[in-house]
Design a protein around this ligand. Structure first.
Ligand code: PXP
Length: 237
């Protein structure tokens, strides 16, 4: 199973002083050398962490796979077409939220969402939709032309107790199987950490995990290389 490391929160720390350090670009070589399979960043409309310049430089520096998370807006689609990351993950975005709260409302996205997906795909960008593990939503993802779905593991990560975690992981597994049956590829992420990742990492239909906060937090104390290697080990790699 592949690991994509989300580096947003290196930029969060930099933006706390609106200065130059720590620079998220400095993490790329360390993350790739430690064995991760890709870099993930979220260019938010309010630019609270990753900046436009970071994205341009990441495109030039990343040797593995660059996954750009963004809202499905005209502005962001234009930036994605200019930058041409390997993958775009469309996420819901609210200014007041601390982090991405729920999955994308695919049905509400309507024709506009389908249009954005077609434009990105026509430019060779693989499109993933970040969605809750819900059957009707997955059918909508297929209908609007998503190639990948990223299953939102926030509800799973919020569970306490073995039985509750097992149950929530089972919902992710069933959704992953359904998405594959509909002809889409599957990743998962949000709220995963060194303690809860194993159940999700053992689902064969999920081919990639995208993890940010827990890896960046551990890296403060262990350095980035060890933080990535520890996560790969927790995933069973
Ligand atoms: N996947 C998506 C689509 C996200 O929006 C985020 C948060 O930016 C993540 C994965 C990573 O979540 P976390 O930082 O909790 O690992």
């Amino acid at each position: 199973m592949r690991l994509g490391v989300n580096i947003d929160h290196i930029a969060t720390l930099r933006q706390a002083r609106l200065g130059h350090e720590p620079d998220p670009l400095h993490s790329v070589g360390l993350i790739e050398r430690a064995g991760a399979d890709g870099i993930v960043c979220h260019l938010r409309e309010d630019r609270r962490h990753i900046q436009d310049r970071d994205l341009q430089l990441l495109k030039a520096m990343v040797n593995t796979h660059l996954n750009l998370e963004m809202a499905a807006t005209e502005e962001m689609v234009r930036i994605a077409l200019d930058t041409a990351p390997d993958m775009v993950t469309l996420v819901p975005e609210k200014r007041e939220e601390l982090t991405t709260e729920g999955g994308l409302n695919v049905r509400a996205g309507g024709d506009e969402l389908g249009k954005h997906i077609r434009m990105l795909r026509n430019h060779g960008v693989v499109v993933s939709l970040f969605v809750d593990p819900d059957l009707d939503t997955l059918k909508e993802c297929k209908r609007v032309g998503a190639q990948f779905v990223e299953l939102h593991t926030g509800d799973y990560a919020a569970q306490r107790g073995e039985a509750e975690l097992d149950e929530a992981a089972e919902r992710i597994r069933e959704a992953a199987i359904a998405a594959r049956r509909f002809g889409m590829r599957v990743s998962a992420g949000h709220g995963l950490n060194y303690h809860n990742v194993a159940r999700i990492a053992s689902i064969p239909e999920v081919e990639e995990l995208n993890i940010g906060h827990s890896i960046i937090s551990r890296a403060l104390f262990t350095g980035m290389g060890d933080a990535v290697r520890d996560m790969l080990r927790a995933m069973g790699r």
